[in-house]
Design a protein around this ligand. Structure first.
Ligand SMILES: [Zn+2]
Ligand SMILES: [Zn+2]
Length: 337
């Protein structure tokens, strides 16, 4: 497995290997970042500003550590992806309602990750009322990508130590590692060591986050597998077989890969209009699949912004960036009435 990971790493980290042209556009708006970093008083924002002020060389120093494969995860991920491939064959036999339900489950679980674990809980980029937090936590359990506390802790480490050994899905180790490989091996000691230094008190004080963490396994069984499978069977007599493979397993696998593409593809391919000194990029394919999260150069430059970008659809006749509507703090007011 070690050789397998390393060979993928060598292949995908090659500077010549690129699907999208990389245009290095002049660094813009960094003055605004520097201004915002001055005397913020926010622990989370100051963490991000510390990183900006850390010399690149010291951030990228490598420390050798043995790669320990977690075979249980390798087997489970292989089984899941095989089941998702089989589910593609079942799509023609699924009813139109089941396909619509699959799309609904995809969007709901993706929101639990992007609007929930990411923008709300990892970055605190907007405030949410209790009903909205419960709604997003339920969607997050449907997405089954580790509980909100763990997801947010890993994501804060990703921003603070981006592309160093302390970054859980360090993209400098290649596409495969950043995409899924990081879940198939034991964490690098630097991830654990530096993760313990992160400020997480806001998450510990959030009752919704801690409640979801306490009942995470059962909430995943219900939201990720039982409801997506049973509801089509109960409401429009879809077969349980199709319900299990299409809205449950295929949808789950697609949301996983859409999220992982942000860590892999959006750290490798695309342009960098906001900061050419970091590797995250603007990747429109990832933006489409991960409901707005592909504008990754913007996000790593302005991680505290609830908007996904200042470019893209909202500057066209389509109106504002779709996820911006979802992430807007106005939503909490609407839901709470
Ligand atoms: Zn990133
Ligand atoms: Zn982020």
């Amino acid at each position: 497995m070690q050789r397998f990971t390393l060979s993928f790493s060598a292949l995908f980290s090659s500077a010549e290997f690129s699907f999208l042209p990389t245009r290095q556009i002049e660094r813009v708006e960094m003055t605004a970042v520097d201004d915002r970093c001055a005397g913020t008083g926010s622990a989370l924002l100051e963490d991000e500003c510390d990183l900006k002020n850390t010399p690149t060389r010291s951030r990228t120093q490598r420390r050798d550590a043995p790669v320990v494969v977690v075979w249980r995860n390798v087997v489970l991920m292989s089984m899941l992806h095989t089941a998702a491939l089989y589910a593609l064959v079942l799509i023609p036999s699924a009813s139109a309602y089941t396909l619509l339900w699959t799309v609904f489950c995809f969007v709901f679980s993706a929101l639990g990750v992007t609007a929930g674990a990411h923008r709300l809980w990892s970055h605190r980029s907007y405030k949410a009322s209790l009903p909205l937090r419960i709604f997003l936590a339920v969607g997050n359990s449907m997405a089954f990508q580790n509980d909100i506390f763990e997801w947010s802790r890993d994501h804060r480490a990703h921003h603070k130590y981006s592309e160093t050994d302390a970054d859980p899905h360090n993209a400098s180790r290649g596409f495969f590692f950043a995409h899924v490989g990081w879940l198939l091996v034991r964490k690098h000691p630097s991830v654990i060591e530096n993760g313990q230094k992160l400020e997480l008190s806001d998450l510990k004080n959030d009752k919704v986050v801690m409640f979801q963490r306490r009942f995470y396994k059962s909430s995943v069984v219900v939201m990720c597998f039982l409801i997506p499978t049973m509801l089509p069977w109960f409401l429009w007599t879809e077969s349980l077989w199709v319900g299990f493979f299409v809205p449950a397993l295929l949808r789950y696998t697609l949301v996983l890969n859409a999220t992982w593409l942000v860590n892999s593809a959006a750290h490798m391919w695309g342009n960098r209009p906001y900061d050419v000194n970091i590797s995250p990029r603007e990747n429109r394919f990832v933006t489409f699949s991960a409901i707005g999260e592909g504008y990754h150069n913007y996000h790593h430059t302005f991680p505290y912004d609830y908007a996904t970008t200042r470019h893209g659809p909202r500057q066209t006749h389509w109106g504002r960036e779709p996820q911006e509507w979802i992430n807007c703090s106005d939503v909490s007011l609407i839901i709470s009435g």
